[in-house]
Design a protein around this ligand. Structure first.
Ligand SMILES: NC(=O)c1ccc[n+]([C@@H]2O[C@H](COP(=O)([O-])OP(=O)(O)OC[C@H]3O[C@@H](n4cnc5c(N)ncnc54)[C@H](OP(=O)(O)O)[C@@H]3O)[C@@H](O)[C@H]2O)c1
Length: 437
């Protein structure tokens, strides 16, 4: 221990002492001895920046020089700048300035990396400093490390995950309590799982940011956030969650990246997952990622995808790697210049099964007409549930179909909804089958 303690420290500046920044400083202080031993030298926060310097912080700040201009950190005498402010413009300026000054950068900012990746990763490649971002994807779960290191021998065929804890919490509440989306969202906000403006989480944008980064590392493609299809949760009704359960499925907010023969699938949407799959039982605000490699098969990683110390755990893992000199100059696991442009399969060509909830007149021949439309489009019915009419004359049907291209599902739905007995109230969701289903 003493040998490590006596070595020159890795000097760190932290931009942002909010939820994650305070967690980083707190965990570094609390576990200083074991982190020093594992890193081979001390990791010392010597500078930090905040907007409001008079606010009390829940972390020890003795010996930390406090700035209110984050850009000042890029000029400080430090080895690493940790960017934990969030946002795009200022964060990008800081990250680029730090890299230009030859400092390494650690960031949890998935929005910045997914949306401005081309600029930021190119700057990292040119810099003598490194760029690391384990905390940007699924918080405390070391999924980037798994892809870049543990699974480096594999051709990765798919990465499928629950990458947004807020969405998972909402769908879990809906399943557990039978409540509507709006009530589950209000619960999530009351308990601190959702922001006052929940758009990024419930519309799948946050998960799309993470999927962009996972796909880049898994498939060696440039960050393609603009090509990630994302769909939110707000159209899901409590009865969809219930019907899915009766059919043997859970609805989960999946982020899916798959390598196909003609292109990549990059999509984020609520998805039916069979009860028997591990991801179906990952509840509340937990995250989980399944990675499919050609040599290893499926591996699954589960844990806290957000929160102060879970996210700090990932930030510090990067700092320890930097202290040991173990981070390569290739932030995406291969030379940035060698990344492929990547071809994303048009959504219409993506193949999946469908869950269809329909409200129809309670009349003879209804089922026959619906199955005839599906059969005409070469889609078969794998399971069906018919609910007794709750109000006079209208029944609910829940159907799980066979796998077909998206475009054919869309056509089938359009034709079914045009039938004279079909009501406008419907839900269509995708069903994901895993190999072992
Ligand atoms: N929270 C999580 O669980 C989590 C998980 C994974 C990744 N992340 C990512 O981590 C980053 C930080 O998230 P967070 O939840 O810790 O955010 P936060 O609680 O809002 O903290 C942001 C910090 O940055 C400072 N800051 C913001 N704008 C600034 C400006 N213009 N000038 C100077 N300082 C500024 C704030 O200063 P004041 O405190 O003075 O306002 C605050 O200390 C984000 O990129 C987020 O996406 C967060």
């Amino acid at each position: 221990m003493s040998a490590a303690q006596d070595k020159a420290p890795l000097k760190v500046a932290v931009a942002g002492l909010g939820t994650v920044g305070q967690g980083v400083v707190r965990v570094l202080a609390r576990n200083a001895e074991l982190i020093t031993r594992r890193a081979g030298r001390p990791i010392r926060v010597v500078a930090a920046s905040v907007r409001n310097r008079s606010r009390t912080r829940d972390c020890p700040l003795e010996g930390v020089e406090l700035h209110d201009d984050p850009l000042a950190l890029a000029g400080c005498d430090v080895d690493v700048v940790v960017e934990l402010m969030g946002g795009l413009e200022l964060a990008q300026s800081l990250v680029l300035a730090a890299l230009e000054n030859g400092k390494s950068v650690v960031t949890a900012n998935k929005a910045l990396l997914a949306e401005r990746g081309d600029v930021v990763f190119a700057a990292a490649e040119k810099s003598s400093g490194a760029l690391a971002f384990e905390a940007a994807v699924c918080g405390g779960i070391p999924v980037i490390k798994a892809l870049r290191e543990g699974l480096v021998a594999n051709r990765i065929d798919a990465v499928i995950g629950i990458c947004n804890g807020t969405s998972n919490f909402i769908l879990t509440e809906m399943a557990r309590k039978g409540v509507a989306f709006a009530d589950a969202l209000a619960d999530a906000q009351r308990l601190g799982y959702a922001e006052a403006d929940p758009t990024f989480d419930v519309e799948g944008i946050d998960a799309a940011h993470k999927l962009t980064l996972l796909a880049s590392i898994a498939f060696g493609v440039r960050p393609m956030f603009a090509s990630v299809y994302h769909e939110g949760l707000s159209r899901i009704q409590a009865r969809d969650v219930q019907l899915a359960q009766e059919l043997g499925y859970r609805i989960k907010p999946l982020a899916i990246a798959k390598r196909g023969a003609t292109g990549l699938e990059l999509r984020v949407h609520p998805t039916l997952v069979r009860n028997s799959h591990l991801l179906a039982s990952v509840d509340d605000s937990l995250n989980a990622v399944s990675i499919f490699g050609d040599a290893v098969g499926q591996t699954v990683y589960i844990g806290r995808g957000a929160g102060s110390e879970p996210t700090a755990s990932a930030v510090i893992a990067d700092l320890v790697d930097l202290a040991r000199g173990q981070i390569s100059g290739d932030p995406l696991g291969q030379p940035v210049g060698g990344l492929h442009a990547g071809t994303v399969l048009p959504l219409g060509e993506v193949r999946s099964a469908s869950y269809l909830r329909l409200r129809v007149d309670d009349a003879p021949g209804v089922l026959r007409s619906i199955t005839a439309i599906l059969a005409e489009l070469d889609i078969s019915v794998e399971a069906i549930l018919q609910k007794e009419p709750r109000e006079a004359g209208a029944a609910t049907l829940a159907i799980i179909t066979s796998v077909a291209p998206e475009a054919r599902h869309a056509k089938a739905l359009e034709q079914v909804l045009a039938l004279p007995f079909a009501h406008a109230d419907y839900t269509r969701l995708r069903v994901e089958h895993f190999d072992e289903d």
